[in-house]
Ligand binder design. Structure first.
Ligand code: PSU
Ligand code: MN
Length: 306
């Protein structure tokens, strides 16, 4: 039996009526962005999903309960409390639940809870992946292995520029995960539209992506799909501009001995600092764009059921 989930009425109704739903994560709120931009963005993203004809389901853990959909007050609290709320990946789920704690869910744990809830589309900013230097540190995000387990399509602006994109793509191939460029032949690099790394396949429309999802799961192939959606051109930071900033941030993290789950939040905050908030503006723009596309995919996927 699945662990009991707690739904907001809006999400419960949409799922019962088989209407399109888009999952959203809470680590990006609590750990990925500063207050108050985190709450403003989380609210805006929910509105964008609704405007796109789907119902948003922001996922988090409150008092050990797996929440599918947050009330405005809950969402606000996650933004205000920020990094004092535990960042919860899949390995942390049993402890947080058993001890009745609060947790902000990463891409991996959000995928898992979305799958438990029967939600197949999820919008984030950028997925975790294989970190630079992983051959020494073994730092590979649990987001990677989760793509082999949960039947969820995740719309992402590629993978964060703080990662080793070539190794991240290799890992996804090993795990049998389709990486689809939406309107692009290149894997986008989060802040930048281009990375120089080709994607294995390209789709031009949300309906085509829904088709890939149907085909994958109809064959009994378990696991997720990466939908790589480049940041809008007017918000991008060109690769040559952001590369030295990322380089310096990665070095600073290493020098300070920052490891494990602290790495990604540290690097994002450091890069936002050094770019005087420009990377934060880029991050917000790409999350909004991903949410719009995720709504379109959820609508197309629901239509393809009939
Ligand atoms: N995307 C963003 N900002 C974030 C994250 C993703 O734009 O803060 C979070 C996601 O929750 C992702 C996590 O799952 O970073 C990856 O952390 P780690 O590298 O420790 O697995
Ligand atoms: Mn890690």
């Amino acid at each position: 039996m699945a662990y009991p989930l707690s739904f907001t009425p809006e999400v419960r109704r949409a799922l019962d009526e088989k209407r399109p739903v888009v999952a959203l994560e809470s680590t990006i709120i609590a750990h990925g962005m500063p207050y108050p931009q985190n709450v403003e963005t989380a609210r805006a993203v929910e509105d964008i999903v609704r405007q796109g004809g789907a119902v948003p389901a922001t996922i988090a853990i409150i008092g050990g309960v797996l929440k599918v959909g947050l009330t405005p007050a809950e969402l606000d609290r996650f933004g205000r409390d920020g990094r004092s709320i535990d960042k919860v990946s899949v390995r942390d789920l049993p402890f947080i639940v058993a001890q009745n704690l609060d947790g902000a869910t990463t891409v991996a744990s959000t995928m898992r809870i979305a799958a438990m809830a029967g939600i197949h589309v999820f919008a984030t900013g950028g997925i975790g992946g294989v970190h630079r230097g992983a051959e020494r540190t073994f730092d590979i995000s649990a987001d990677m292995t989760e793509f082999a387990a949960s039947d969820v399509a995740v719309v992402t602006a590629g993978a964060k520029a703080i990662l080793d994109l070539a190794l991240t793509l290799e890992m996804l191939e090993t795990l049998g995960v389709p990486v689809i460029g939406l309107g692009t032949g290149e894997f986008p690099a989060f802040y930048s539209r281009n990375s120089g790394h080709p994607v294995p396949m390209t789709c031009q429309t949300p309906a085509e992506i829904a088709g890939v999802m149907r085909a994958k799961w109809a064959m009994g192939l378990r696991g997720g799909v990466v939908v790589a959606n480049p940041i809008p051109a007017d918000a991008e930071i060109p690769a040559e501009e952001i590369a030295p900033v990322v380089e310096a941030a990665v070095k600073k993290a290493a020098a300070r001995g920052i490891m494990g789950k602290e790495t990604t939040p540290f690097l994002l905050a450091e890069i936002a600092d050094v770019t005087a908030g420009r990377s934060l503006a880029a991050n917000i723009a790409l999350v909004k764009h991903n949410s719009r596309i995720a709504a379109d995919i959820a609508v197309a996927f629901a239509e393809s059921a009939s």
